[in-house]
Design a protein around this ligand. Structure first.
Ligand code: SF4
Length: 292
């Protein structure tokens, strides 16, 4: 007899830094992200608790949200956030539109519930091409002012796609094209640039990324430093990234340009997170700002 697939019981969660994080309440539609990027600090959870995909149960997620709204005496941070119907981030520890979503459609079902419940949400994903399969729901949510799309493009762009994301995600060009399309359709959008890796990314990378985002009409780019846990440190070290320089950060222009040549070398072969900097890009256009 085929073993029953486990579902992800803790799909709705709140971040530990909820007192100062503007978007701490989230839903993960899958427990694992099979994309398995080299820099992903959340994959340490899977190393400890299991590598199975473990999709969420969309109806169970809905019940959790409905019960949260009815809770007369919320005692935990999570209960309080649900009671006050705080904006949800769809995709915190895992990408809601990773490849599995094409077949499983768990995110689609959860999004349907969020629209029915009139619950504001932010979709955070690198897989914009898969997300566009749910264009009908995106438009419906946008008509009700419920959705903000948060595409993820880290500051190394193609370098990161090759080295960190292992070419398992849509190309940067694909993401930029879809971002342009979404902006033209007036879907509220802000780009997430997580992570900035000191000693690997350079000021030149950052400038180029901002320019390319501005060229397609992006006005808001949030950037976060790398979450460097033991899992990430080992993995980055195994692909040849200079952990010591990442830990210390480059201090001189020479170290900065060493970061450039190190990345070139890796390409040719084959948690510090505390701060959040919001970078507003120059534009004359006015359009709705993202909630995050
Ligand atoms: S796509 Fe995002 S959540 Fe998935 S492994 Fe990569 S960084 Fe982690």
């Amino acid at each position: 007899m085929k073993k029953k697939e486990k579902t992800y019981g803790a799909a709705v969660s709140v971040r530990g830094d909820c007192l100062y994080c503007p978007l701490p309440l989230s839903i993960d539609t899958y427990f694992n992200c099979i994309t398995d990027c080299h820099h992903c600090y959340s994959r340490r959870l899977n190393r400890t608790w299991g590598m199975d995909l473990r999709p969420a149960d969309p109806d169970q997620v809905r019940r959790k949200l409905e019960n949260g709204l009815k809770n007369k005496n919320p005692k935990s941070s999570l209960a309080w956030a649900l009671k006050h119907k705080k904006t949800l981030r769809l995709g915190n520890r895992t990408d809601p539109y990773q490849k599995a979503e094409k077949k499983r459609k768990i995110t689609r079902q959860v999004m349907r519930h969020l629209i029915d419940l009139d619950w504001e949400f932010v979709v955070q994903t690198k897989f914009l091409d898969n997300m566009m399969r749910d264009k009908d729901l995106i438009f419906e949510a946008a008509d009700k002012d419920l959705i903000t799309v948060m595409p993820v493009i880290s500051p190394g762009m193609e370098k990161d796609w090759e080295i960190l994301e292992r070419k398992r995600t849509p190309t940067i060009e694909t993401r930029l094209e879809i971002i342009k399309e979404l902006i033209e359709l007036e879907i509220p959008l802000g780009v997430n640039g997580e992570p900035f890796i000191p000693g690997f990314h350079t000021a030149k990378d950052f400038r180029q990324t901002i320019q390319r985002l501005a060229d397609v009409g992006v006005e808001s780019y949030n950037i976060y430093n790398l979450h460097l846990n033991d899992h990430v440190a080992k993995r980055l070290h195994s692909i040849g990234l200079p952990i010591e320089r990442i830990w210390n950060g480059p201090r001189t222009p020479a170290e900065n340009s060493a970061a450039d040549s190190n990345a070139d070398l890796i390409r040719s072969r084959g948690s510090i997170s505390r701060d959040c900097v919001v970078c507003k890009l120059p534009s004359n256009k006015s359009r709705p700002q993202p909630h995050a």
